[in-house]
Structures are given as structure tokens and as C-alpha cells.
Design a binder for this molecule. Structure first.
Ligand SMILES: [Zn+2]
Length: 285
């Protein structure tokens, strides 16, 4: 008789993807692969302490709140991953050893050691692919509605210090790029103009010519306009700063990707973003 694995997520646990439906005024999709630090109950914290699950190894602190704020400013759609990058890393290819890291920044991840293939596949099926399928579905829907390629924006935060090192990273924000240098340059110049005393990373802290960013490779390789923005996580530690940075990003997007004239694109029937974002900051995690 065939036996089946139990689902990874228990009844009552939230779905893997937090799917924000905006008001559809402009062809923009926001994505945040490292928004949440939940671990499915059945994985028992991956054998880590609660304190380790609050560290940047588990998620991008502040990036989820920032994504929600930018979505609210723009009325844009957004896709956020609720579960920790240690449960599965949505920004790595399924065959990448970092999909399920056995250690991160000097910390061993006991729950990822010596995983059997069915358990690996289950993490992909229940946590990884739902994120990417949602992104792909929304991009197709927005492309079709507006008749132009949707701008795809990925938001991340990075830790002030390099892994295992003492060197403080100098950038407040970085714009990382691989194929869409044009829009990256525009955003870098915009940020330098608005914040002359900040150091804005140009393809830093990570160069996407060297680091494999699976989300971008999968969804934005074929000429889609895109931006990958990295914010130092201490810049997102309070809500006032989150709002300020969200405002800057939304202003840039509004200036450079204007909404079509009213009536040019049919309105979506429902708009629930206000309800969701009023409940900020973190009920959804
Ligand atoms: Zn990230």
C-alpha cells in the first residue's frame, strides 16, 4: 500500500506566501523572499534557539515591513515569503547547496543536516515553489493587463557587518543588478541626489554578476525591467526610517514608471491593501 508523507505545514499555520493584491494602477510587482522567520512547527525550529531565528541568518530584518509600505504607497501587488530562508532559501536554485543550508554565518543548522531526498523535495514543494508560482502568476497577469513588461522589484536587507568579520559595511543602501543596468543606474543617481550624505552601493553589497539570484534569473532574465534593492538592516530598525525609505523607493517608481491614464486599464474590483497594512507591523509573520 502506498504511504504518503504528512504535509509539512500543520493545520492552523499560515500559508507560505503572503500575497498582497494591490489596486492595479501600475505594472509593478514587489517581492521579498526573506520577509519572514517562521519555521514550520513540525521542523521544531530546525534545532536552533529562538535568538538564532531572530538573526539575519534566518531572514532579512525590516525587509518585509518595507515591502508592505512600498506596496501601500504604490497600491502595488507584492509577494512575501513567510517562512525562514533556513527552512528553504527561495533565492537559490533547487540544485544549489545553499537551498537548504547546513550552516550559516558560523551557526550549524541541525534541522538541515543529512536531509533525505523526500524531505528536501517537500520543502521545495510546500515552501519554495508556492513563492515562485505566485510571482510568475502575478507577473503574467500584470503583463497581460497593462500590455507592457511589469517592473519587478526585489527588496532585501543586509547585516551591517560581513559574515564572521568586523568590517562595517559602508553602504546605507545598495542597488544590485545583472541585466537591467539602466534602471539600476537611474535609481542609484536618484538616491545619491536625495541622500547626498549616504553611501549608495553600485552592485554592492552583492554583485549579481557573481552571486546567483535565482528569483531574478527565473522571473526577469528575458528583458523584464527590474530592481534589486538592498538596505542595511539597522536602517530599517524603526518604523519612521522604514517609512522614509519606502517613500523614496515609491517616489522613484512613480516618477519612472508612471501609471497609465485613468480608464486606460480596467480597475480591479477589489482593493484590500488598506485593511492589511493598517494591521502592520508583523501580525502576518
Ligand atoms: Zn534577502
Amino acid at each position: 500500500m502506498q504511504s504518503f508523507m504528512e504535509p509539512l505545514l500543520s493545520k492552523g499555520e499560515p500559508p507560505p506566501v503572503f500575497d498582497i493584491r494591490g489596486n492595479g494602477q501600475r505594472p509593478v510587482l514587489l517581492a521579498c523572499e526573506h520577509a519572514g522567520n517562521r519555521v514550520p512547527e513540525k521542523l521544531d525550529g530546525l534545532g536552533l534557539s529562538p535568538a538564532d531565528l531572530e538573526r539575519h541568518i534566518a531572514f532579512d530584518p525590516g525587509a518585509g515591513s518595507l515591502t508592505l509600505r512600498v506596496a501601500e504607497e504604490l497600491g502595488a501587488d507584492a509577494v512575501l515569503a513567510r517562512y525562514s530562508r533556513l527552512a528553504v532559501e527561495c533565492n537559490r536554485a533547487p540544485d544549489d547547496p545553499h537551498l537548504l543550508r547546513e550552516q550559516s554565518d558560523g551557526t550549524v543548522i541541525p534541522g538541515n543536516r543529512d536531509l533525505a531526498l523526500p524531505a528536501r523535495r517537500q520543502r521545495e514543494r510546500e515552501l519554495f515553489w508556492p513563492f515562485h508560482v505566485t510571482v510568475a502568476r502575478k507577473l503574467m497577469e500584470l503583463d497581460a493587463r497593462f500590455g507592457v513588461p511589469t517592473l519587478f522589484v526585489c527588496l532585501h536587507s543586509f547585516s551591517p557587518r560581513l559574515e564572521g568579520g568586523d568590517t562595517r559595511r559602508p553602504w546605507q543602501m545598495g542597488v544590485c543588478w545583472k541585466n537591467d543596468e539602466k534602471n539600476a543606474r537611474k535609481l542609484i543617481e536618484f538616491l545619491q541626489r536625495k541622500k547626498p550624505d549616504w553611501t549608495i552601493g553600485d552592485n554592492a553589497p552583492y554583485s549579481l554578476k557573481e552571486v546567483q539570484a535565482f528569483t531574478l534569473n527565473l522571473h526577469a532574465d528575458a528583458g523584464r525591467p527590474h530592481l534589486v534593492v538592498e538596505i542595511r538592516n539597522d536602517m530599517l530598525a524603526d518604523e519612521k526610517n522604514v517609512q522614509e525609505i519606502a517613500g523614496l523607493l515609491a517616489e522613484f517608481i512613480k516618477e519612472n514608471f508612471p501609471a497609465p491614464a485613468p480608464g486606460a486599464v480596467p480597475q480591479r474590483p477589489e482593493y484590500r491593501l488598506g485593511e492589511i497594512s493598517r494591521s502592520l507591523p508583523r501580525w502576518w509573520l
